[in-house]
Design a protein around this ligand. Structure first.
Ligand code: TXA
Ligand code: MG
Length: 331
């Protein structure tokens, strides 16, 4: 991972946060668009910049698990177990909030989401800042998450002056979210850390999400991203459909994994990694590239239905469902 961030850059970013301004920063999952989580006015700027509805709660990023108590209350042993095992890393815990957390951060809910990221630049920023940084993924609402500083600039232009460049995010998809605010931990959003890993750490099964699980607003149909329609299908169908659509004069882009590139003039073809880590790492950059090709459809080869592809299949299904921001529509 390349980082081109100096001590001066960090000091500048910290000063911006303290002044109530926004700072985009790298994490190991995706880039975040951050503000001082204790400053309600600063947090409001995130919603304005993203165009995100105010009732979508944000994740509070902190440097270490010691800071949990600054934001949460009644932290159950299971949360400590998961924090100890997976932090710093791509895991977010939802806990009962305490009274100091601004409503702007929690979307008015009685819970707060907290994460300790492992990316060295995020760590440096959070340590120097000292407090919590509320941050959603650094993309405009209804668009693909950003995994490089360049993607962040594409999304926000001059609206976000301070963008820390920490290279391409290692993991590439958003964190696993586990609700620990109720009796049995519940998976709210799949991510690189799998249910099996969580259950192994807990020594007990996760609960299935139910109607009482903490909710995020937004519905699958409401938003749409990428701009180009995404169709998810088996490998052999990809090539067949690409041929037939192109015969009809349509422009077609393909995100392939194992399918061999057919010889068709003008077909836009991205060969993604056959292994899940590489695939996740490149997923959003690939979707951006395919989206920018200006085609009528993006055909995506369905990855295998096995555990290590679970979170990737989830993101692809949402993209294909015409959902908006790929990871923001979770109940
Ligand atoms: O990997 C990540 O989690 C990235 C990086 C920047 O840390 N962040 C991220 O944030 O993906 P965002 O805002 O794009 O997605 C956070 C998700 C949203 O679906 C939000 O509704 C949910 O977490 N969330 C936040 N607070 C919550 C809460 N108190 N209860 C339930 N869900 C919550
Ligand atoms: Mg997001």
């Amino acid at each position: 991972m390349t980082t081109t961030v100096s001590k001066t850059d960090i000091a500048h970013a910290v000063a911006q946060l303290k002044a109530g301004e926004l700072v985009a920063f790298p994490t190991e999952t995706v880039y975040g668009l951050g503000a001082d989580a204790s400053n309600a006015d600063a947090v409001r700027k995130i919603f304005a910049a993203k165009g995100r509805p105010a009732d979508h709660p944000l994740i509070v990023h902190v440097a270490d698990a010691v800071q949990l108590a600054n934001w949460a209350s009644g932290i159950p042993p299971a949360a400590h177990t998961l924090a100890k095992k997976f932090w710093p890393g791509p895991l977010t815990l939802v806990l009962k909030r305490n009274s100091r957390v601004p409503n702007e951060v929690t979307g008015g809910q009685d819970t707060v989401a907290i994460r300790v990221p492992s990316h060295p630049v995020a760590q440096q920023l959070l340590r120097e800042f000292g407090g919590g940084v509320a941050a959603p993924s650094a993309n405009r609402f209804g668009r693909v998450s950003a995994t490089t500083a360049e993607h962040v600039r594409e999304e926000f232009g001059d609206t976000v002056a301070c963008v820390l460049d920490g290279g391409a995010s290692d993991v590439g998809i958003e964190s696993t979210i586990v609700d620990c605010s109720r009796a049995t931990p519940t998976l709210l959003r799949p991510g690189w850390i799998t249910p099996q890993q969580l259950e192994a750490a807990l020594g007990a099964p996760l609960a299935a999400p139910d109607a009482n699980a903490p909710r995020v607003s937004g519905s699958l149909e409401k938003h749409y991203s990428p701009q180009t329609p995404v169709m998810l299908m088996e490998a052999d169908l990809v090539v067949e459909l690409a041929r037939s659509l192109m015969k009809q004069g349509k422009r077609v882009a393909v995100l392939a994994r194992s399918a061999r590139r057919p010889v068709i003039d003008g077909l836009v073809w991205v060969a993604a990694s056959a292994d899940p880590a590489g695939y996740a790492h490149d997923l959003y950059a690939n979707l951006r590239e395919l989206d920018q090709a200006g085609c009528d459809a993006i055909l995506v080869e369905q990855p295998p239905e096995v555990e290590e592809w679970f979170a990737i299949r989830d993101r692809l299904t949402r993209a294909a469902a015409g959902s908006g921001e790929l990871a923001d529509d979770y109940p």
